[in-house]
Design a protein around this ligand. Structure first.
Ligand code: F0G
Length: 471
């Protein structure tokens, strides 16, 4: 946890994302929205005052200094691009050591030419999901302003990450809000084990999100959900590591699952900044993939034509859609519990990212998610259901002819396989009752790629026969 030289914080400020407002705030202020118009905030920089390298390749030199924590971190290695805190306040637990893997199996499954499909494996982060990229940044800001408690609502990964940063840094207490019955045991076990105060409310994630915003304001607890603009600064670095692994070449597509839409928003910001700084000459296309049971972005963007529209999105259409959800008491429902979200807090920022990256949005069924997940597993990486939405979405876009088999596609695997073993075991089981109990109610009718355990009596000859038969 720590560092050497100091960076002035005066080079960074918070700014309302709406071009018609653009109110600014000091980075020392704790805000999740604009005081003037209520919109989301960005962290902006006076780039001329920052020592940003002339070439992205120059960041590689830091790897040679990996005995220094800020050079080893896959987030803070790029700190000139997220310079909002003095070095001595920066918190790192070694996040962002995440590889970009070619995957011949998944590539075939999607229908790409060999070598064109790459998986960015964010499950390798210390808490097992991409959240650590953003958490170290929000946590650093919380430390800068002297917070003693930090809170989040979570479908499980944000809470696991917050709980980990709290117990490793010993800087503050974590308070997490989860919906009842809406969190996988893998994730819940992390929050409990790491010692966070865990509040399970009767409701779903959207309810928990609303409550945590009220509570953190009422009790002055620092909020680390992705409405916190500092979170997204850390998540920008996922794209930097993708480019670094590609020897600073630009892929054609970034495909990412969409839940609260923090990742997609941060990717758009990363590429916008890199292009404005002249560090890249083109921007990849973005595909955000919703689960069909939690498809607000798909509905608004693809079906109702809502666009960022240079900062003037059609709010009437957005409000109208939410009113319909309320009227029908419609709740998000998908096996991909991490993205079981109907009211994504970063909607506007994501619309902006989609404009900047000439994006598309798709929705995929739970069946498509689980089939894709099994292919990721069979290729040796393994991910949780939400992450596989990216692979299922890439397959859909390939079949539609929107992604060309020759293009270079990066799917983001947002969380580790061990986060949610229930869905995986149910998919591979031969117990029809277990299958129906976990998956049947969600419209999953078959497990085309199941690898079933072979049942055999405890007898040497029988076991030998089974192995010979199956190998
Ligand atoms: N994948 C995983 C594994 C996640 O945990 C999440 C979000 C997402 C994708 C969606 O990312 O919100 O940036 O669009 N999980 C949050 C949580 C909501 O509470 O852990 P997003």
């Amino acid at each position: 946890m720590a560092a050497s030289s100091s960076v002035s914080t005066a080079v960074a400020y918070q700014q309302c994302i709406m071009p018609g407002c653009r109110a600014t705030y000091d980075v020392g202020e704790v805000r999740t929205s604009c005081a003037t118009c209520g919109s989301l905030l960005d962290i902006c920089y006076d780039w001329d005052a920052l020592p940003v390298p002339n070439r992205l390749k120059d960041f590689e030199a830091k790897w040679a200094r990996r005995n220094e924590p800020l050079c080893k971190s896959g987030v803070w290695r790029f700190k000139e691009l997220l310079s909002f805190a003095p070095d001595e306040k920066i918190v790192t637990i070694g996040e962002g050591q995440t590889p970009l893997h070619p995957s011949p199996g998944v590539s075939d499954y999607i229908g790409m030419k060999p070598g064109r499909l790459l998986l960015q494996y964010e499950g390798m982060n210390p808490s097992g999901s991409f959240k650590d990229n953003g958490m170290c940044a929000a946590f650093t800001h919380a430390h800068v302003i002297g917070a003693k408690r930090a809170a989040c609502a979570s479908t499980g990964n944000t809470s696991a990450s917050l709980a980990l940063y709290c117990c490793m840094s010993r800087l503050m207490q974590g308070v997490i809000f989860i919906g009842s019955g809406k969190i996988s045991y893998g994730k819940l076990s992390q929050a409990l084990d790491y010692g966070a105060l865990t509040v399970q409310i009767a409701g779903d994630f959207d309810d928990a999100m609303q409550r945590v915003q009220q509570i953190s304001q009422k009790l002055g607890i620092y909020l680390v959900n992705s409405v916190n603009p500092f979170r997204l600064e850390g998540q920008k670095t996922i794209m930097l590591r993708v480019l670094e692994s590609m020897n600073w070449e630009i892929p054609d597509w970034i495909v990412v699952p969409g839940g609260n839409l923090g990742n997609s928003s941060s990717f758009g910001k990363a590429f916008h900044e890199l292009k404005s700084l002249g560090l890249i000459d083109r921007v990849p296309r973005l595909a955000v993939i919703n689960a069909a049971g939690a498809d607000t972005l798909y509905e608004l963007y693809e079906k109702r034509g809502v666009r960022w529209n240079h900062g003037e999105p059609d709010q009437t259409k957005i409000d109208g859609y939410y009113a319909e959800l309320d009227a029908g008491a419609k709740k998000a429902d998908t096996i991909a519990s991490a993205i079981e979200i109907n009211r994504p807090v970063n909607l506007h920022k994501c619309l902006r990212a989609l404009e900047c990256m000439h994006g598309v949005v798709r929705e995929v069924t739970d069946q498509e998610i689980l089939d894709a997940k099994s292919q990721v597993g069979a290729s040796g990486l393994g991910c949780e259901p939400a992450s596989a939405a990216s692979v299922a979405g890439a397959k859909m876009l390939r079949e539609e002819g929107i992604i060309d088999p020759d293009e270079r596609v990066v799917c983001i695997l947002t969380g580790h396989q061990l986060k949610d073993p229930t869905a995986t075991v149910a998919y591979h089981t031969h117990d029809q009752n277990e299958f129906n109990k976990v998956l049947g109610s969600r419209g999953v009718s078959r497990a085309a790629f199941a690898n079933r355990a072979v049942q055999v009596e405890n007898d040497l000859d029988a076991i030998v026969r089974v192995i010979q038969l199956n190998s």
